[in-house]
Design a protein. Structure first.
Ligand SMILES: C[S@@+](CC[C@H](N)C(=O)[O-])C[C@H]1O[C@@H](n2cnc3c(N)ncnc32)[C@H](O)[C@@H]1O
Length: 206
């Protein structure tokens, strides 16, 4: 099973959300793609950070498409239920846990509240197919996934992300992932202390 946990690299998630909120507040749809979402801890963490920073009305316009290649075959079942064992939620700050989790029917498990679950949809998807799962995304989050690809694959996947973002949309990756030189002209880094980029450039030219 992939290594991940709730609120991993919270610093980046908070920077991403703070950058986006002023721009997306008036939109009827806030479309986000979390590519390589493992068992859902990351997209649900992102949804909770958005919930804390967007008003209730705008939060209702958020849709996170969470995808993974799902080698375990457990993906859809675990994530759609939004249920996690106590071991996986014990490091979540108490006030956040109390607000967004409830005891599940299965003893020792906890379930995310419907308000959070309803903002995230899941789909099995192979990034190396280079076929996007939609378009016009305000944000593509792809953390701790690109490092598994060859440099050439990484460039192709990031170009596909660029085509799939809305004009001025954001792309975020993990702190240790540098943007390859071949795609550097397509993005502008927007935060010095996070790997957060904004789409620039003509999509027809990539
Ligand atoms: C280490 S986890 C990262 C999870 C989360 N993004 C995080 O940062 O904590 C890497 C995930 O990438 C997924 N992955 C690997 N190759 C993939 C591919 N070709 N397409 C989609 N997902 C892939 C794995 O299944 C795994 O769930």
């Amino acid at each position: 099973m992939a290594f991940t946990y709730f609120f991993r690299d919270l610093h980046t998630l908070e920077i991403v959300v703070r950058q986006m909120v002023p721009e997306v507040l008036g939109r009827s749809r806030i479309r986000v793609w979390d590519a390589g979402c493992a068992m859902g801890q990351e997209p649900y963490s992102l949804a909770m950070v958005f919930a804390e920073n967007l008003g209730k009305f705008a939060f209702g316009n958020l849709q996170i498409q969470a995808t993974d290649i799902d080698e375990s075959n457990l993906f859809a079942k675990i994530i759609q239920a939004g249920e996690y064992p106590g071991e996986q939620v014990k490091r979540i700050p108490l006030e956040v846990f109390a607000k967004y989790f409830q005891p599940a029917q299965t003893p020792g498990y906890f379930r995310l509240v419907k308000g959070i679950r309803s903002r995230v949809v899941f789909q099995r998807h192979d990034l190396l197919s280079l076929t996007p799962v939609g378009g016009d995304f305000s944000l593509i989050l792809c953390k701790n996934v690109l490092l598994h690809f060859t440099p050439a694959e990484r460039v192709k996947v990031i170009k596909m992300f660029h085509r799939t973002l809305a004009p001025g949309g954001f792309f975020a990756t993990e702190q240790t992932q540098k943007l390859p030189g071949e795609v550097a002209h397509l993005f502008q880094q927007v935060a010095g202390d996070a790997q957060l980029f904004r789409k620039i450039g003509d999509p027809k030219c990539n």
